[in-house]
Design a protein around this ligand. Structure first.
Ligand code: ADP
Ligand code: MG
Length: 449
């Protein structure tokens, strides 16, 4: 693919520039693992190799050739496996930190969380459109805008996207992003400090913003007058025609601790949910992530990850990084199915522990609105046969149950019949998008917890 081809060209040049020993022993063992934000990361197979390559005599030549092949300002970083993994971990904590910390009034936003980087699919198109229109016309469209949905579905990403957009297009506005926890802590601090002044600070801070975003509002507690304070903040901003955006993991209706007057304030604007991504969206997100991060991954690996993971996108991205990391450990340039199996080994185990054949049967019956008697019975009409075959396929694929035992579950069918059903679906999953979507939707439901 792209990165690899470019690197090959660099290697061709370097071969003439370096001594044979330096080239064969060190430079030729490097693997380009990432090219993003004008930085090329090369992975060395060992610390020794890394140190060798980092000598100016070698590194300068590499850099020169990279500048010719990539861009003249590309920064070349040589790393090795363990260090790389640690740096990924550090990046993750860094992102967490940025998301928690709130400098006065103007928040910083994670540069990766933009509208451009947000993949729009059936499950999130309405919510994304609402957020975009609020970003373009703050205080004019939906106020307040309340978005809700499960963990890892992109709520925080969208809030940051609004922030990034506003910081770029409306630098005149004070945009404040806080988690509910941060809001609470600020408030508690202002009381604890006791002084009149700190209380004023708190009010000044929150009531002088133009756009207030509160993430994870579900953690708002009814203790310590925090809802009371929030209510006043809310009213103040609202009356002054300031934009308020709120994210939650559940709808206002489902937030039992919420005071009625807050609930009704939320309802005065737009309340919009973000749903679980379907299979196609998951694939699109994975592909986007690969091109963003410069990951080289075989196509069937993407399908595999999208199929095997549940609906939490953060978790799915974690699996992808893990797959790429496993490949890099073996000094491979492309992540293959082998790496995917390895990375997903434990994932499957923990996910499947509370899954059994009974649950699969019931879920398939619910999904297709057929009875269990029919599903395991002898009827041969298409409305029954297809769910039956899908069910057999899923039981075989998700649980380690022998075909004969599955046969027994399905009214004493022969194991060859079971095998036939399984193979039929497993072939169709590959070629028929309709069947693939069905399988993945049921699978996501089963893996939900
Ligand atoms: P939430 O706040 O809903 O728990 P996040 O916004 O933290 O979820 O999203 C989790 C991860 O998934 C983030 O890395 C985010 O970038 C990514 N993500 C979620 N939805 C999308 C999407 N539609 N397109 C691209 N990335 C997404
Ligand atoms: Mg979040």
């Amino acid at each position: 693919m792209f990165l690899l081809d470019q690197w090959k060209k660099v290697l061709n040049k370097l071969e003439n520039e370096l001594t044979a020993v330096n080239f064969d022993l060190w430079v030729n063992t490097l693997t380009p693992i990432q090219y993003a934000n004008d930085e090329l990361i090369l992975m060395a197979p060992s610390v020794t190799a890394k140190n060798q390559v980092n000598q100016p005599a070698i590194l300068d030549k590499i850099t020169k050739c990279v500048h010719a092949e990539f861009t003249p300002y590309t920064f070349v970083r040589v790393t090795e496996a363990q260090e790389y993994q640690e740096s990924i971990r550090r990046q993750e904590t860094e992102i967490d930190r940025i998301m928690q910390e709130t400098p006065n009034l103007k928040s910083k936003f994670n540069k990766k969380y933009t509208f451009e980087n947000f993949v729009v699919g059936k499950s999130n198109q309405v919510v994304c459109a609402a957020m975009q229109s609020v970003a373009e016309h703050p205080s004019q469209k939906f106020n307040p805008l309340f978005i809700y949905g499960g963990v890892g579905l992109g709520k925080t990403h969208l809030l940051h996207a609004v922030g990034n957009y506003l910081n770029e297009h409306r630098p005149d506005l004070n945009v404040l992003y806080v988690t509910c926890e941060k809001f609470t802590n600020d408030y508690v601090d202002s009381i604890r400090n006791g002084k009149e002044k700190s209380n004023l600070d708190f009010r000044d801070k929150y009531r002088s913003v133009d756009v207030l975003m509160i993430d994870d509002i579900q953690f708002i507690s009814n203790k310590m007058g925090i809802q009371e304070e929030f209510f006043h903040t809310f009213n103040d901003l609202y009356q002054n025609n300031k934009q308020i955006i709120i994210a939650s993991d559940r709808s206002p209706k489902e937030m039992s601790a919420l005071e009625e007057r807050l609930r009704s304030r939320f309802s005065s604007g737009l309340i919009q949910d973000i749903q679980e991504p379907d299979y196609e969206t998951k694939v699109a997100i994975l592909n986007k992530k690969c091109s963003q991060e410069g990951y080289l991954v075989d196509k069937d690996v993407i399908d595999f990850i999208a199929q095997k993971t549940g609906t939490n996108i953060r978790e799915m991205e974690g699996i992808l990084s893990k797959v790429v990391f496993y490949a890099s450990l073996q000094n491979k340039t492309h992540a293959s199915m082998e790496d995917a199996h390895e990375a997903l080994k434990d994932y499957g185990e923990t996910e499947k522990t509370n899954l059994d054949a009974e649950k699969i049967l019931n879920t398939v019956c619910d999904f297709f609105k057929v009875t269990k008697e029919d599903l395991i019975g002898k009827k041969k009409n298409k409305e029954i046969v297809e769910p039956r075959q899908l069910c057999i396929y899923l039981i075989n694929d998700m649980l380690n149950i022998p075909l004969t035992a599955i046969g027994a579950m399905f009214g004493g069918r022969d194991h060859t019949t079971i095998m036939h059903a399984r193979d039929k679906i497993s072939n169709q999953v590959k070629v028929n998008p309709h069947i693939r979507t069905l399988v993945n939707d049921i699978r996501s439901q089963l893996l939900k917890y």
